[in-house]
Write a protein that binds this ligand. Structure first.
Ligand SMILES: Cc1cc2nc3c(=O)[nH]c(=O)nc-3n(C[C@H](O)[C@H](O)[C@H](O)COP(=O)(O)OP(=O)(O)OC[C@H]3O[C@@H](n4cnc5c(N)ncnc54)[C@H](O)[C@@H]3O)c2cc1C
Length: 330
């Protein structure tokens, strides 16, 4: 394998505009790490592409030599699909350009974008792309697998909001996939994962939204069954502006210690600390006054001292859980 990665290196290094890193070189260890600390693999070559031509050259060289190859955007694949031992990693982390057309409510972004880069660009003009709940997650892996988050109920899956893909296919050529060009590939890329080529650009629809009402509360263990039944019936009738997540867990023992999506950092009644609870976290994307009575009803089975509700800017919602899911976690 070492020989194969050296062969790829010698094919690439004169024409590659991005960075090429081999084991032992400065920066290699930081660059090879992915989010899941359990997947500590050592690729023979990391190709940090600067543009589409770099990707084409990397794909062509990989297929010429027949080397094991992984593609990486944000590196958040829990299974470690974006790295490999001894092979080539086509790393898109230098390709994070986002262009927004506010009037058309459309954006184009590159295949190496993290969710946070897209949110920062779209929020400048009061628009959102519906994606996941942790801003350091890669957009490519998330969208190609479907993509769910706070806005899924309101605006659909991330992949439902993609209107076109540009990609480098296995023979190194550039293809487009949308409802008119390669419609079968377009269908496959919207949920089929990363096996159809290296996506270099996404063209997506955006929606107006700058803040939401965020509410949370904790229900004791004894009420969990009743809460879940209530949630099932409530959500069957609820407006699409409401999203209600429930997680089952131990309530934190101390302030500021929690590992879950809705942190409940400030309001854990003493009788619930360290106990099994159901944590409800809800958002309302419509008019705040219209949403408040609904949120109150939804939280009626929570311990009253644990309930809170406030308007949060969209960027705060999207980064709220970031520190609970640090890089290197196993
Ligand atoms: C902390 C954390 C939070 C998460 N939150 C959510 C969430 O809220 N909603 C949700 O739906 N999912 C969520 N996920 C799951 C996440 O969407 C998947 O793990 C996803 O694959 C991550 O994408 P990535 O680009 O970071 O991953 P990578 O590890 O870079 O890639 C994942 C897969 O996609 C392929 N791939 C990457 N880029 C490309 C490309 N440009 N072209 C073709 N193939 C490519 C890779 O080869 C690999 O197979 C979360 C995961 C983590 C670790």
């Amino acid at each position: 394998m070492a020989e194969a990665s050296e062969e790829v290196y010698s094919l690439l290094h004169r024409r590659f505009k991005g960075g090429l890193l081999r084991p032992g070189e400065s920066g290699y260890d930081d660059a090879r790490a992915i989010w899941n600390g359990m997947v500590a693999r050592r690729p023979g070559l990391l190709a940090q592409c600067a543009d589409v031509t770099d990707i084409q050259n990397a794909v062509r060289s990989a297929s010429e030599i027949g080397i094991l190859t992984a593609v990486r955007c944000g590196g958040h694949s829990l299974a470690g699909f974006s790295t490999c031992d001894g092979g080539l990693v086509i790393d898109l982390s230098r390709m994070r350009n986002v262009t927004v057309d506010a009037e058309a409510r459309r954006a184009r972004f590159a295949g190496g974008c993290l969710l946070g880069s897209i949110d920062s660009a779209t929020q400048k003009v009061g628009l959102v792309f519906p994606a996941g709940v942790v801003s350091h997650t890669g957009a490519s892996g998330l969208i190609l697998g479907g993509g769910t988050g706070w806005l899924t109920r309101r605006f659909g899956l991330s992949c439902d909001n993609v209107e076109g893909f540009s990609l480098v296919t296995a023979d190194g050529s550039v293809a487009r996939a949308n409802s008119r060009e390669n419609p079968d590939l377009f269908w496959a890329l919207r949920g089929g994962g990363g096996n159809f080529g290296v996506v270099t650009e996404f063209e997506v629809k955006l929606h107006p939204l700058t803040s939401v009402v965020f509410a949370e509360g904790l229900s004791p263990e004894t009420d969990i069954e009743q809460l879940l039944e209530y949630w099932r019936d409530f959500m069957a009738e609820a407006p699409l502006d409401l999203k209600w997540n429930i997680d089952l867990r131990l309530a934190p023992l101390k302030w500021n210690i929690d590992l879950r999506l809705a942190p409940h950092k400030e309001k854990v009644p003493s009788e619930l600390r360290g106990r099994p609870v159901a944590g409800s976290s809800l958002i309302w994307t419509g008019d705040p006054d219209a949403g408040r009575p609904l949120l109150q009803r939804a939280l009626s089975l929570c311990n009253p001292d644990s309930v809170s509700s406030r308007i949060v800017p969209f960027m705060d919602l999207q980064t709220m859980a970031d520190s609970d899911f640090p890089h290197g976690r196993r």
